[in-house]
Design a protein around this ligand. Structure first.
Ligand code: 6A9
Length: 869
């Protein structure tokens, strides 16, 4: 059952769709009103705290935040390992969303082997009222293996900003009886209530009790030294323990710290009553919340705790007073079943994997790829608080140079993002050839971002070039959700045309990134992959409106405007409604000015030197990444891939000129669709594109090495090629710059297919075996297999060579088929073996390496399975 508003919207869209676009204007105007309501309804609430195992928040800067925690309560050590933010150090045997539709339904499974519990979080959102509907989450647990574990499960709710929340049950020192009820209000959510309800089927076990001999133990550390023996004591497990307290706005992300501290203090308080005496106490009774609300009037943060033996289940319901009927266990259960079936059907409709002959386990894996990517979507918002300056401008390069990224991975990184980021505007003059200067970083004006993330435990933040890859997949699933995310990113492009590579927004995110890495520089770039996602959108638009790629113009009719403001939900329609030709074009027109600014920024700030050092080029179109160090070019995205050393201002970078060729072509295609007003832009792009293609050949092709290379100078200041066979070499091919009969294509295919070079049984390796840098240093982009580049290779093969006649078509077909099988086979095998998908894969053994789960661009495996490029 869809929301009534959707039905109405769909009906209107149907009219708009079938009518001549020029007389559809009135419908479109009505549409945008409906659309904004629909968008609020379907995207306001979500699992937008992806760094947590489970948490919800609305897409509002300050509002109601919720989260889940748990720990094992069989031993006194348990509370020290409270699970809250996703953390690789927790060593879970796999976790993530197995189904997530991005709007109304999500199902996650978490295997906490160490604590002998498998936790399931099922999330359902239902329409109703004026504030994004209502939602519920069902938290279930069962033992992972033999035994009957005692698990303490905590759920918290907290309000930041204006408004408040109160516990409605009669306070009871023994704990509360189900259901636990809260009432609250905020300016954007209106009046709401929250209920925490015991599951009907929940069986109450008595705890196994433990005798503790207390010998004057004032501190928790002392307490921990005294391992207890077993002995019974009465504890009422049917009670829900609770604690309420005021916390400052912007501090709820610290929930686990607050809870851990509280639990230790309350355990100590309990113990101190029995000083010097033999007492018995249940561990669970010791490590429970103290059933007190501190400062009832001011309290805005509440935690409830349940202690279970063995399997358990409870529900949390968020209800809006503005809705006429409310979510309860029954509606939840029936929706859950229906949503799950609907998800499966839509998944098959979208990706057709059953039809392609994949078996049930492979389809389950594919659903995980999509779902955990969507479950990684987060919302980061402004904070108006004053924040402290943390870093001096030069440290990023110095630190990266000295320590390298290997060291970085040791830092715990499980933050969420919220607020401003640090930008160093004074560093614009910094040049690689000179000494880095001490500069004056500033916090930007507060930012806001709705984005997918590379990895929930490790990089739960927005990364510019990762995001374009994410949106290739999300766009196939939910066109409008993807366009909305793209809109937020495009909004972040500033008036100079710059956007920071990594979005470390706010205190929580910053707290987990070493100070040296927080500053973002306004002359540092990152590949403009968002344009790949926008191209995919244009392809969908063409397909849905029956237009073809080369169709020159599709003018926007009067009244079709995509309201493009920073934070508004205007005209965002659920699912695929921006594929309506008029609205789709209006969207393109709305984002175009920022895209052009960004393109101009690239041409201005990343310009390479062509006139000197005896170079022969037909135009100025040459490029150089700024922000290099001897070992790294973080800005390129290919971090430690070998380049000229030492870095110097004479360099020209092959990947960057290839990206520029790609972006120029795409902007040309957008501008030509937007109509006459953009004709001048079109001819400019046309000229620049031709110059770029010429310079890729003139400057970057090395006849001597038979490959495309970076360019630099030698000790005599003569221009030379810097050649390291690997991903870099492939860029003109990856980005579609080589027509099927191009004379350099064969050499490139041979490099790809050669087992002594790039070919491995697990996908293309980033650097050839034969390169002196292969497997050296951090071994990050010096050998391991990365799925984003393998995807680009497969996509290019498929679109440009497998399905186009040409002298190497047969070769392309074979490479395509084998490469596709290799990458799918290996990522799948590793998922089955480890419970995770990974940041990269070993070229020797195929084993997953580094961050996990990494359902960022590794999830492109799904598009490879579906052959949707
Ligand atoms: C900064 C923080 C632990 C590295 O997936 C995100 C990026 C990619 O864009 C890039 O191409 N990853 C790739 O080479 C991870 C980046 C991690 C940045 C860490 C320091 C340390 O805290």
């Amino acid at each position: 059952m869809r929301w009534p508003i959707f039905l109405l919207t769909a009906a209107l869209l149907h009219t708009a769709h079938t009518a001549d676009p020029s007389d559809a204007a009135p419908d479109i105007a009505q549409l945008s009103v409906l659309a904004s309501q629909a968008a609020n309804a379907s995207l306001l609430w979500g699992t937008y705290r992806p760094n947590l195992y489970f948490g919800t928040r609305p897409r509002l800067p300050e509002s109601l935040m919720t989260g889940l925690m748990w720990f094992n309560a069989d031993t006194i050590e348990g509370y020290k390992n409270i699970r809250h933010a996703c953390d690789q150090g927790d060593n879970l045997a796999g976790y993530g969303y197995h189904k997530h539709d991005g709007r109304s339904f999500a199902m996650q499974r978490i295997r906490d082997e160490h604590n002998n519990v498998v936790i399931t979080t099922e999330f359902i959102k239902v329409p109703g009222g004026k504030h994004g509907g209502e939602w519920g989450v069902r938290i279930k647990g069962k033992p992972d293996s033999e035994g009957v574990p005692t698990t303490a499960v905590l759920f918290y709710v907290g309000v930041e900003g204006d408004g408040g929340i109160d516990l409605m049950n009669k306070l009871d020192k023994q704990g509360l009886l189900s259901p636990v009820k809260f009432e609250g209000d905020t300016p954007d959510l209106g009046d709401f209530s929250i209920q925490i309800v015991d599951g009907k089927k929940m069986r109450m076990y008595m705890v196994s009790y433990i005798r503790i001999v207390i010998l004057n133990l004032p501190s928790p550390s002392g307490l921990l030294n005294n391992v207890p023996e077993s002995n019974p004591l009465d504890v009422d497990l049917s009670r829900t323990h609770f604690w309420g307290t005021p916390v400052s706005d912007g501090d709820i992300w610290r929930a686990k710290d607050f809870v851990a501290e509280h639990i230790v203090n309350s355990a100590n308080a309990k113990i101190s009553q029995y000083e010097q005496e033999d007492i018995t106490a249940g561990i669970n009774a010791l490590f429970t919340l103290n059933n007190v609300v501190r400062d009832e009037d001011a309290a805005n943060f509440y935690v409830v705790q349940k202690v279970y033996r063995g399997a358990f289940q409870f529900d949390v319901f968020f209800r809006s007073d503005s809705a006429s009927t409310h979510i309860d266990a029954q509606t939840f259960t029936s929706r859950l079943d229906a949503s799950s079936a609907a998800f499966d059907a839509r998944f098959e409709r979208t990706f057709g994997l059953d039809a392609k002959g994949y078996n049930a386990e492979q389809v389950e894996f594919a659903r995980y790829l999509l779902s955990n990517l969507i479950g990684g979507i987060g919302y980061a918002a402004v904070s108006s608080r004053l924040l402290i300056l943390l870093c001096f401008g030069f440290c990023i390069s110095v630190f990266v140079y000295k320590v390298g990224l290997v060291g970085l991975y040791k830092f715990k990184h499980n933050s969420y993002f919220y607020g401003s980021s640090i930008v160093d505007h004074a560093a614009a003059e910094y040049e690689e050839s000179g000494e880095p200067q001490l500069t004056a970083p500033k916090l930007t004006s507060p930012g806001i971002l709705f984005t997918a993330t590379p990895s929930r435990p490790f990089f739960p933040r927005g990364f510019y070039w990762d995001e374009g890859f994410h949106q290739l997949l999300i766009g196939q699933w939910d066109n409008d959700l993807s366009l909305d995310i793209i809109k937020y990113w495009v909004t972040l492009i500033d008036e100079d045309g710059w956007v920071a590579r990594e979005q470390i927004l706010g205190a929580e995110a910053r707290s987990k990134v070493p100070a040296e890495f927080q500053t973002q520089y306004p002359h540092y770039a990152n590949p403009p992959t968002l344009l790949m996602a926008i191209r995919a959108f244009i392809d969908r638009l063409d397909a849905s409106s029956g237009h073809h790629h080369d169709h020159p113009n599709s003018p926007i009719s009067a009244g079709q405007q995509y309201a493009f403001a920073a934070f508004d939900d205007q005209t965002l329609l659920p699912d695929h409604h921006l594929l309506n030709p008029g609205l789709g074009m209006a969207y393109l027109e709305a984002i175009y000015p920022k895209l052009r600014l960004n393109w101009e920024w690239f041409r201005r700030t990343q310009k390479g030197e062509v006139k000197e050092w005896g170079r022969k080029a037909r135009s100025r179109e040459a490029y150089r990444w700024r922000g290099r160090t001897p070992e790294h070019t973080l800005t390129s995205g290919l971090d430690d891939y070998p380049r000229a050393n030492p870095p110097n201002i004479a360099e020209l970078h092959l990947d960057l000129i290839s990206w520029m060729g790609f972006s120029t072509r795409l902007l040309k295609s957008i501008a030509s669709r937007l109509g006459e007003a953009y004709e001048d832009d079109v001819s400019e792009y046309d000229k620049v594109e031709r110059n770029i293609l010429n310079n890729i050949e003139d400057l970057h092709w090395s006849e001597k090495n038979g490959m495309y290379c970076d360019v630099s100078i030698d000790v005599n200041d003569d221009s030379v090629h810097i050649c390291h066979k690997g991903y870099l070499t492939l860029f003109p091919f990856l980005l579609g710059h080589l027509p099927p009969d191009h004379p350099h294509l064969e050499a490139l295919f041979d490099l790809i297919r050669d087992e002594e070079e790039l070919w491995s049984a697990f996908g293309l390796r980033s650097l050839t075996k034969s390169d002196p840098f292969y497997g050296t240093g951090e071994v990050y982009w010096r050998g391991p297999v990365w799925i984003n580049v393998n995807y680009m290779a497969l996509a290019s093969l498929y679109k440009n060579y497998v399905n186009q006649p040409g002298p190497y078509q047969e070769k392309a077909k074979n490479i395509y088929k084998e490469l596709r099988e290799n990458v799918i086979g290996n990522v799948y095998k590793e998922y089955r073996r480890t419970g995770y998908v990974w940041e990269q894969y070993s070229p020797l053994t195929g084993e997953g390496q580094r961050s996990h789960p990494f359902t960022g661009w590794t999830s492109l495996i799904l598009l490879i399975m579906a052959e949707k490029y």
